[in-house]
Design a protein around this ligand. Structure first.
Ligand code: NBG
Length: 840
């Protein structure tokens, strides 16, 4: 310790500014690049591959990011600031290189430096494999939040899992989704740094032993049946022009000490096998949209990353010379959905069993550390673990959960006189039949704050899923509407639009998105409208070229680009979009559709590998695409394309090219949506239902600038109560009937009338997401879309107004809300080496 102090007195980060390794000048970047190429990865010129060049550039940029990161971390530690620890099982950062260049402000000089070496920067950007460590919106939201935390300079550390295989790569074969294993680590990952010394032991299984010490105090020891080690892999995350945060991902490894019993018996291979089993824990990301209940490995993953993160937080806290009883004053720990909810029991275990705090004290700290964000009302997505499984993996935690539950139920029974039915509803343990642990209840009881992710979702959370808790603790509940980072989703992915905006209103919007309001006066300006429309057309050309490369399908950029991009799920209703396409197709063929403008219907999204209906929807889309794209009677008027492998990189090409954004989930189903914001921020008009954040988007942009259709939540509920009869709608609506019957006519499936029957029958007889009820309203609304498309100036005006009014949906605003309402944290003051940042 003493020696470390001596060293840290002599080694000082500020003396490195100006060094070639961190300077932002073109010459320095070029020199560092060559240094990295030869001395960092040891290549000889004759053998340099594109990946070597990419790696060398990534290392060059990483040095500069680390400088910011070290400076930020130093300031945090000096100011003893309260920090956010964000616990999320998923992150979708997207490719790092281009975003880091942009945030560092060195894109132009890097491009020049590379050009001087005969290298095309875009080629290097193109080959980066993105970390697909998440399923969809929830993971991407975590990454947007990390970007904003870093940009705002709020002390933050984001914890997660370093999956060796992230979300699968999607291919389309014969119209079906095919899953390929992800290969993000295949060629190495230059952005991360392994920290072998930041590693923690993780126990599983076994039993507990009770004993008392000399003072008569009860001690519980957990005697595990196996142990693994979690090692930290850090990726520095740079905010816009400045601060850094860290994404710390845990990888499971075998602990050093072999299984000696096996080893001594000469059973070397058995011992090695144990090592392999340990590493399995972080092998693969689980797809969502599937019941996870029985997945032992999934529970192990969750516990694994939670305990490593909490042990790390405690280490950081103690390292600063603080007492554990102040932990909640120094750390705000956010649970991103229930995946990390086991943290409530684990922190209690660490405080009570390991650090010997009293229960009450430990509970006070725990409740004041944690806050919980709910991201879904879907019953199948509300996590619960069967008790026998849970007990086998985490026997001590089961005891702790029983104790937490017991104390909680006593409190509501005696203090609040709740009745038995209420108590059963609120218990952490679900009784009756097989017994389960309800993770959302554990998270709610163990946190000081619970929030939903849009105004509407937060209300529904209070009214439905967590109704009893909201009555008990009204002040515990709040809303933080989701947001997206304008850096990646406008500045980076739509540079021409960003430049047009900046040239008219300055570039303050990049970190203060409300400034986009200054665009409003230009909404009616003909020359501005022309430039706006031209940029959109260029983006559409770019997307069309990409789609042709990916799918072979050619689309005319002059068509109306009508795009739905998100996970494939029945509640999101991609098949409602298909009904509209088929209806247009059939009516066009009959010459009945007069008011229709040439349209390209573009879909993108992955289906969970085990979700049959979602995969059938993909097949349906591709079958419709085959039919229409080959029908010369219509294919100058409509095209259908399914873009394979929706990920952050592909998404960045979709949003800037959309004219129309499809946000058509059944009201009450989509917690928020964030794609809706990304499309709108890039000038697409939205056609959507009153669901999730659509409600707030509509409020912001105004109803004249939004295509609204469909049932409201209240109407959906009333319909359910009245006994929804989709078959009656089918009978009454002739056009709908033709469309549905067409799906099973065999025309889409080489005469096979059975292929799409499961979808057809589901819609006719159950239709849980009320497509048939919303059908006519959707078709009528699409007619309005086409009417407006006839007036390019009006369309451009509304598009500009959409962008101008998107300020609210910046993730900077969301993070400020969290900081104020939930975390009680503030940005640090940091003196940046400004000279470094303002290099031309
Ligand atoms: C998703 C919701 C979206 C929401 C994102 C981010 C899960 C469990 N939920 O509506 O479906 O935008 O979370 O909050 O992935």
């Amino acid at each position: 310790m003493k020696d470390e102090k001596k060293i840290s007195n002599k080694i000082n980060i500020s003396t490195t500014s100006g060094s070639l390794r961190v300077s932002h000048s073109k010459e320095a970047i070029k020199a560092s690049f060559l240094d990295s190429l030869f001395y960092g990865i040891g290549r000889i010129p004759a053998l340099i591959t594109l990946n070597d060049q990419y790696t060398a550039l990534a290392l060059t940029i990483r040095d500069r990011i680390f400088q910011q990161f070290v400076l930020t971390t130093e300031s945090i530690s000096k100011q003893d600031a309260r920090a956010v620890a964000y616990l999320s099982a998923e992150y979708l950062p997207g490719p790092h290189l281009a975003n880091n260049l942009l945030n560092l402000g060195v894109t132009a000089q890097t491009r020049e430096a590379m050009e001087e070496l005969g290298i095309e920067l875009d080629d290097l950007i193109a080959i980066e494999e993105e970390p697909g460590l998440g399923n969809g919106g929830l993971g991407r939201l975590a990454s947007c939040y990390l970007d904003s935390l870093a940009t705002l300079g709020i002390p933050a550390i984001a914890y997660g899992i370093r999956y060796e295989f992230g979300i699968f790569d999607q291919m389309i074969k014969d119209g079906w989704q095919v899953e390929l294993t992800d290969k993000w680590l295949h060629y190495g990952n230059p952005w991360e740094v392994v920290r072998p010394e930041i590693a923690y032991e993780v126990k599983f299984g076994g039993r507990t032993e009770y004993g008392t010490d000399s003072n008569g105090k009860l001690h519980v020891a957990w005697i595990p049946s196996s142990e693994v080690k979690g090692t930290a892999y850090d990726t520095p995350i740079l905010g816009y022009k400045g601060n850094g945060a860290v994404l710390r991902l845990w990888r499971a490894e075998a602990i050093e000490s072999f299984d000696f019993a096996a080893f001594n018996l000469g059973d070397y291979y058995h011992a090695v096998e144990a090592k392999m089993i340990s590493e399995n824990i972080t092998k693969v990301l689980y797809p969502n949209d599937q019941a996870q209940g029985g997945k032992e490995l999934r529970l192990k993953q969750q516990y694994f990353f939670v305990t490593c993160s909490l042990q790390d937080i405690i280490r950081l806290h103690l390292f600063q010379g603080r007492n554990l009883v102040h932990l909640h004053e120094k750390f705000a720990i956010q649970l991103n959905d229930t995946h990390p909810a086991i943290a409530i029991a684990e922190l209690m275990r660490l405080l009570v069993d390991v650090h010997q705090l009293d229960w009450e004290k430990a509970w006070h700290i725990t409740q004041n550390c944690f806050a919980y964000t709910n991201h879904t009302l879907l019953p199948e997505a509300l996590e619960k673990w069967s008790i026998p499984l849970f007990e086998r993996i985490l026997p001590r935690h089961l005891e702790l959960i029983y104790e937490i539950n017991h104390r909680f139920l006593e409190e509501i029974r005696y203090q609040y006189a709740f009745d038995d039915a209420q108590i059963a509803r609120m218990s952490i343990i679900e009784e009756g039949g097989e017994r389960y642990i309800r993770m959302a209840h554990l998270a709610t009881i163990g946190s000081h704050s619970v929030n939903g992710v849009s105004a509407m979702h937060s209300e529904l959370l209070k009214k439905e899923v967590l109704h009893d808790f909201a009555r008990l603790w009204p002040d515990k509940f709040c809303n933080v509407t989701n947001g997206i980072t304008p850096r990646r989703f406008l500045y980076l992915s739509n540079a021409p639009l960003a430049e047009l905006i900046s040239s008219h209103i300055g570039n303050g919007w990049i970190t203060d998105l409300d400034q986009l309001r200054k665009l409003e006066p230009y909404a009616d300006d003909a020359s501005f409208q022309n430039k706006w429309t031209e940029i959109k057309l260029n983006n559409k050309q770019h997307l069309a070229a990409l789609l042709q490369k990916q799918t072979g399908i050619e689309i005319n950029p002059a068509m109306l680009f009508d795009i739905q991009a998100k996970r494939i799920h029945e509640y999101k209703r991609q098949h409602l979009k298909v009904l509209h396409i088929l209806s247009s197709y059939l009516r066009l063929k009959k010459g009945e559709l007069k008011n229709f403008h040439p349209s390209a219907f573009i879909f993108a999204g992955k289906a969970a590998p085990g979700y049959f209906m979602a995969k059938l929807i993909i097949k349906l889309i591709n079958s419709v695409a085959d039919l229409i794209n080959q029908d010369t009677a219509v294919n100058d008027k409509m095209k259908v394309v399914f873009m394979p492998d929706f990920n952050v990189k592909n998404a960045q090409n979709l949003y800037p090219a959309a004219d129309l954004s499809e946000q058509i989930s059944m009201a009450g189903m989509e917690a928020s949506g964030t794609g809706n914001m990304k499309f709108s921020l890039n000038g697409a008009l939205t056609i959507g239902t009153l669901d999730g954040a659509n409600v707030e988007i509509l409020q912001e942009v105004g109803k004249d600038n939004f295509f609204l259709f469909g049932l409201s939540v209240q109407q959906v509920q009333a319909n359910k109560i009245a006994g929804y009869q989709p078959y009656e709608i089918y009978q009454q609506n002739q056009n709908l009937r033709e469309v549905l019957d067409f799906i099973v006519s065999g025309a889409l499936s080489q005469g096979d009338t059975q292929l799409f029957r499961p979808l057809y029958e589901n819609l006719l007889y159950q239709d849980p997401f009320m497509l048939l009820e919303d059908y006519q309203s959707y078709i009528d609304c699409q007619e309005q879309v086409h009417e407006l498309w006839r007036e390019p100036k009006e369309w451009a005006r509304k598009s500009i107004l959409n962008v101008a009014r998107m300020g609210k949906f910046s993730s900077d605003r969301s993070i400020r809300d969290y900081s104020k309402l939930i975390w009680n944290v503030a940005p640090i003051n940091k003196k940046l080496p400004v000279s470094e940042l303002n290099v031309k």
